[in-house]
Design a protein around this ligand. Structure first.
Ligand SMILES: Cc1ncc(COP(=O)(O)O)c(C=O)c1O
Length: 472
């Protein structure tokens, strides 16, 4: 055995103890850490001829990189849609690496049981019927791609074809429509060979939710023989808005279309008794995307694809030579995902869902939404800002309280750069009705009112000079 590897093998327990010490000190110091430090790229190092061993690698990492690791898993990181990590999820994730299972999902294996059971926990969380088959993938983009591949198989089947057997080249393209589509879905459509064109339907005034009457008019007006994929939103990135899934579920009784719900983060709202009534229609979807690394507060990376057409999923993703017919009983999980070998991503989810249950997750969701409403109230009360969205979820979208035509994208960016330099919080640029906007998104179990107070004070502080400079 290579000498350095042999030495590390002998010191395995010591190495792990040090990791544990580092973990505890990182978690303890996280609240006072700069939320998102700028990192100046360095020259790339080359592979050493002789290895340095785990301890020297650890030392190098802690000197060269650790100081620039953002506290993005802490309670004041409000950019993009970045989830935190619950204590149980972190433990589950460590065990995932420790046991290092390839989650093929073969019958007679414990990984198959854990993944299937975790999907049952997720169905329970979202109140979904058992006929939703689910598997873990790396993220919402891959989940959406999996859904679109299943949808194209369904679309081809409408005219007696199989996209997975024949390819797409002789087939008519299905229509794709949505109120507002996250970029991940364009990517998913492209990867699925359907192409990025999405018919954009009218939105409700001042919102990012589709106008259900306009959707119905569109459905009534089109050739019903032409397959249609409708991509519904459950949580838009810029304003956290959601389509009226209950109305869309009603339309599904009258019209034939594939309903995909992008619930990458907003899917979580179905777990709260306070909001669940708004999302009953989720149960009527053909496919649902939900990340676990966002609002579920599980470490990167992970998402689920929930699809109630396992036969189509099998036809699309099996390794078998012929891909027609029904999914065989006991098909291994790798026949149902774009991946072959994969990490047991279910395990940290299993840990956290069992640790905190439906109540714990409803509380997390409701607290984040309440804190967003609180942030929104602060925005409304400030002379510097104008609220752009009614807070319906975990996103606040706002801009400077100035005439729209005076606010340039560079002004918003200047505020965000100052905010990042101040280091108290982090936010990123949103776009609301095509205009650049400030946005904050709360997806972390740790966020408390004091974090919102500090983050808002910093946002206001960083905006004043820009406001004064550009006001008429
Ligand atoms: C609504 C929505 N859909 C899809 C995605 C893509 O998610 P991922 O980066 O996990 O692929 C995001 C990411 O923020 C999102 O907000």
């Amino acid at each position: 055995m290579y000498e350095m590897l042999s030495q590390d093998h002998a010191k395995q327990a010591q190495i792990l103890r040090k990791v544990c010490e580092d973990a505890v000190s990182f978690l303890e110091q996280r609240p006072s850490r700069t939320v998102a430090p700028f990192y100046q790229e360095q020259t790339l190092r080359h592979l050493p001829q002789q290895g340095m061993g785990a301890e020297a690698a650890r030392k190098l990492f802690s000197e060269d990189y650790l100081p620039w690791i953002p506290a993005s898993s802490g309670g004041r990181y409000f950019g993009y849609v970045i989830g935190g990590v619950t204590p149980a999820a972190l433990a589950g994730d460590w065990y995932t690496s420790l046991y290092d299972q390839n989650a093929f999902g073969h019958p007679g294996t414990v990984d198959r049981q854990i993944e299937a059971e975790t999907l049952q926990l997720i169905r329970d969380l979202l109140d979904l019927p058992k006929d939703f088959f689910g598997v873990f993938v790396s993220g919402a983009t891959t989940s959406a791609m999996t859904a679109m591949v299943c949808a194209r198989q369904w679309a081809a089947g409408q005219t007696g074809h199989s996209a997975s057997e024949e390819g797409l080249y002789g087939l008519e393209r299905p229509d794709v429509a949505s109120g507002l589509t996250h970029g991940a879905n364009y990517k998913a459509l492209s990867m699925a060979g359907i192409g990025r064109k999405v018919h954009a339907l009218p939105l409700l005034p001042g919102r990012e939710a589709v106008d259900p009457a306009a959707l119905e008019a569109y459905l009534a007006d089109r050739d019903p023989k032409k397959p249609l994929i409708y991509i519904a939103n459950m949580g838009t990135a810029s304003s956290g808005d959601h389509d009226d899934l209950n109305a869309i579920a009603e339309l599904k009784k009258k019209y034939n279309f594939w309903l995909h719900v992008d619930g990458a983060f907003g899917g979580m709202m179905a777990c709260s008794p306070k909001y669940a009534g708004l999302f009953k229609g989720l149960a009527e979807a053909d496919s649902i995307t939900m990340d676990t690394h966002k609002w579920l507060n599980v470490p990167y990376d992970g998402a689920v694809i929930l699809c109630r057409h396992p036969d189509l999923q099998y036809q699309s993703f099996t390794n078998a030579l012929s891909a027609s017919g029904a999914v065989p009983n006991q098909a291994s999980h790798y026949h149902m995902t774009p991946e072959g070998s994969r990490r047991l991503r279910a395990l940290p989810v299993w840990f956290t869902l069992l640790a905190y249950g439906k109540e714990g997750y409803a509380d997390l969701c409701e607290r984040n939404v309440a804190l967003c409403e609180y942030y929104g109230q602060k925005v409304e009360a400030s002379p510097y800002f104008r609220l752009l969205n009614q807070v319906r979820g975990n996103v606040v979208c706002f801009t400077l309280n100035l005439p729209e035509d005076r606010i340039a994208q560079s002004d918003i960016q200047e505020i965000l750069d100052k905010l990042q330099a101040e280091g108290v919080t982090y936010s990123n640029m949103g776009s609301f009705y095509g205009k650049p906007a400030l946005r904050v998104c709360l997806t972390n179990w740790m966020t408390e009112p004091a974090d919102v107070d500090a983050a808002f004070a910093s946002m206001e502080n960083c905006s004043k000079a820009v406001f004064d400079r550009i006001r008429p």
